[in-house]
Design a protein around this ligand. Structure first.
Ligand code: SF4
Length: 316
């Protein structure tokens, strides 16, 4: 029995998963709950392990975000950074994640060590693929260092940094809304929020920034006209600014409230936040299953997985 309470909350990533596949959403937020406990049932332990899995594109994003976070923390402390040293740091970090996954260190602590989808499911991952991933990381960081955003961030006083990749929350009605702003700064009377993207542009990117606007206007009391939201696409070296009107902000509030209602409608008991798997159907868009971490749970007889060994789970 977990000592933690599974409280209902909302985030942009949760909404995307709910719309993508209800079963995946159930596995991620309910079925895997408590799976870190040594006395959890085998299904919860399996789902927790699968929930913690990462795909190669996600790993590239994680490494790039972590490297940029370190750069911004250094700037905030008034220290200069060497782009080549940051690139080396990112490459070493990527290599460490790969080693952890190859050595299956996640078997003991799934929350701490990388379990790469491509390793777990025995998908081919050649030296050329690895080199391509390393190049994508290097390209992303080079784009970052050459960006207008970086030039602006370098010119900001340390005390004008408002947030660097901090998990934060605000309330909408009775629901806690989670956000992670890659970086937010004060710049004159304005606030700038930047979101780094290592993948392709998606329509949901704009929604995500709109939710960040709800947080920024409530947290920092900033007028909407003084808030500047920008996605920076590090692979394509493009940036996309989002300008929101008060109507857009109201629509975002409605969008989140309706999304919360849809999620709660499938629960057994919305007040206790309890759920049953049968209420969350598998997607009919089966092409999504090929890259889904939970395919070992949905298709156990057709999905190759690593040989099972006794494991001792720990949360930290
Ligand atoms: S394998 Fe397919 S049906 Fe199962 S959780 Fe993943 S996306 Fe949904």
């Amino acid at each position: 029995m977990s000592i933690f309470q599974n409280e209902f909350s909302w985030s942009p990533s949760r909404q995307r998963m709910f719309e993508s596949c209800k079963r995946q959403y159930y596995f991620n937020y309910y079925g895997s709950w408590g799976g870190w406990e040594q006395d959890a049932d085998a299904q919860a332990q399996l789902l927790y392990r699968l929930k913690k899995m990462t795909t190669m594109p996600q790993l590239i994003g994680t490494v790039v975000h972590e490297a940029i976070r370190q750069v911004l923390k250094a700037l905030q402390m008034g220290r200069g950074v060497s782009p080549s040293a940051v690139e080396t740091y990112a490459q070493n970090l990527f290599d460490q994640h790969l080693r952890d996954s190859e050595q299956q260190r996640w078997r003991r602590t799934p929350s701490r060590y990388t379990n790469l989808f491509e390793h777990y499911y025995g998908e081919s991952f050649s030296a050329a693929d690895q080199m391509q991933a390393v190049n994508r990381i290097a390209t992303s960081l080079q784009t970052f260092f050459a960006s207008d955003a970086y030039a602006m961030l370098q010119s900001v006083l340390p005390e004008h940094y408002l947030s660097i990749e901090e998990l934060a929350d605000f309330a909408l009605g009775k629901t806690k809304i989670w956000v992670v702003l890659d970086v937010a700064i004060r710049y004159g009377k304005s606030v700038f929020v930047f979101d780094w993207k290592t993948g392709r542009e998606r329509p949901s990117d704009r929604h995500q920034l709109a939710v960040y606007a709800l947080y920024a206007t409530s947290q920092w009391g900033i007028a909407l006209s003084d808030l500047h939201l920008r996605d920076v696409y590090l692979q394509t070296n493009t940036a996309s600014s989002v300008h929101l009107s008060p109507d857009d902000l109201a629509q975002t509030r409605t969008f989140v409230a309706e999304s919360i209602e849809k999620m709660r409608a499938l629960l057994d008991d919305p007040d206790q936040n309890t759920a049953s798997q049968d209420a969350f159907p598998m997607t009919t868009h089966t092409h999504l299953c090929t890259t889904c971490p939970f395919k070992a749970a949905c298709y156990p007889h057709t999905t190759p997985t690593p040989r099972e060994e006794p494991i001792q789970l720990s949360l930290f």
